[in-house]
Structure formats: C-alpha cells, structure tokens
Design a binder for this molecule. Sequence first.
Ligand code: ATP
Ligand code: VIB
Length: 249
Amino acid sequence: MNDWAPSSILLPQGPPKPFCLIQLNQPIVHVHLFERLWANATIRLCADGGTNRLYDAFENSPEKRDKHLPDEIRGDLDSIRPEVRAFYEAKGVTVTRIEDQNSTDFTKCVCLMKEKEAKLGIKDLDVVAMSAIGGRFDQTIASINTLYFMKHEKNRHYVLVSDENLTILLDKGIHHLQCSEYDGPTCGVMPIGSPATITTKGLEWNLDNTPCFFGGMVSTSNAIAAECVVIETDSPVVWTSELRPENVK
Ligand SMILES: Nc1ncnc2c1ncn2[C@@H]1O[C@H](COP(=O)(O)OP(=O)(O)OP(=O)(O)O)[C@@H](O)[C@H]1O
Ligand SMILES: Cc1ncc(C[n+]2csc(CCO)c2C)c(N)n1
C-alpha cells in the first residue's frame, strides 16, 4: 500500500485498483477529466448537491447526461435541486435521505459505498472524491479530516481531486509515490494533523529528517523532480501534487 501512483486513477486503460467515485458539491471544471474518472470508476455516487454539478456538467449534451447516471444519490438532501432530483429519479436512480447532522454528505457517501461493497461481495475499493478542495474552507478542512478519519483503513486509498490538485494522506512510514504525466510540476508535503519529522527524495527541495509543523516548516510550492518521490514520515502528512488536466486525453 505504500508504493502507489495516485494519478493512476486517470489512466486511459483503467486504474490498477478499482475505485468508487463520489461527486461532491463543487463545480466540475474539467469535464473531460471528470469523464475519465467516471469511466474508470466501479461505483459512482453523488453527495446531495453534487448531483446538481453532475447534471450541470452536461448542460449542453443531453445524451451524455442520460448516460452518466449515478448508482445512488445520498445526503441530507438540502442542496439537490428539485428538477435535478426528478430527472435522476425518473431514470431509476435511488435517492436516499440521511438526516444525520453530525456527518457530512461526503462521509454519508463513504458509508453508502461500504453498504454497496457488502451487497456486491467486494471490498477495499479506493475512494476518489471529486472537487473535495476549494470553495468553502470549512468543507475543504472537512474533506481533509475525512482522510484522517479513514486512516485506519489500511487497504483503501482516498484521493481528493480538485481543479488543480490530487491530494492524499500518507500515514507514518516510507512511501514510494510514482508520478506520471498527470502530476506536477508543483507539490506539497504538509503536516496538517500533527507535527512530523520528514525525509524526502525526488523533490526539488528535499527534507532531511526535518521537523515540520505549522508555525515552522511546511513544504509548499515544492516541485516534483523524479518519477518516483520517496517520503518518510513519523506522523501522517498530506501530500498534494498539481494536476495537469491537459494531459488527460
Ligand atoms: N462550498 C463547498 N466547498 C467545498 N466542498 C463542498 C462545498 N459544499 C459542499 N461541499 C462538499 O460536497 C458535499 C455535499 O455538499 P452539499 O452542499 O450538498 O451539502 P451540505 O449540506 O452543504 O454539506 P454537508 O451536509 O456535508 O455539510 C459536502 O459534504 C462537502 O464534502
Ligand atoms: C461540533 C459540531 N459542529 C458542527 C456540527 C454541524 N454539522 C456537522 S456535519 C453537518 C452536516 C450535516 O449535513 C453539520 C450540520 C455538528 N453537528 N457538531
């Protein structure tokens, strides 16, 4: 699990490990990238208002809108527009309302994915959340907190996709991250949850047993300098690589 290529979720031939795509409530800016993730996903879920974003992404292509039907829509349902809900329900998509005000619609969809795994007799799907960063800062932090919350799931990767980045959590240990034409040039290694002592290889500005913490060293605006980036850390750290959507063809 520590040797991995996060951007392999975008490979045209499909990902090496199956994943569940969760669409959150932020605009879909790179529609072609979204279509690649959709094509590569095994399960596709929309979190409440994320359904509006799916619907709106295909504003000018009704055929594509008809083809991109999620497996289920779930949330507290305070954000999905009535006409959007009616459209997908008419196409047979199940919409489930969960009234819990202590969890986000993103985490409600993670629970839904686990229910679906159990029904299908599969397990350990990775999770790719689309547009999980940007927009409201509290929601962005909630997305990152979800990475920390799910950290104990050792056989599952979580990837937050945003307009300009792929973002993941690296647990304590040594990680070999394979980078591709979809990654870079910039990247960051950020000890968001707690301080971490970090050593890296393959970056333009490497860390060497460096204590990293907020208020001190946080490696931002770094750059990928090798196909394989190695990160050794004694506490969980957030890794983000810039995304090159123009290379998704
Ligand atoms: N402004 C935003 N910025 C970033 N992410 C967002 C934003 N709004 C929603 N999200 C993400 O999309 C998911 C669905 O959001 P939606 O707006 O439908 O529900 P919400 O009721 O506002 O959010 P929640 O109930 O999860 O707090 C959220 O759980 C969150 O992960
Ligand atoms: C301490 C604390 N802070 C905020 C919320 C509110 N909250 C958290 S997640 C969520 C989304 C529900 O769709 C809401 C409203 C809470 N419950 N507890």
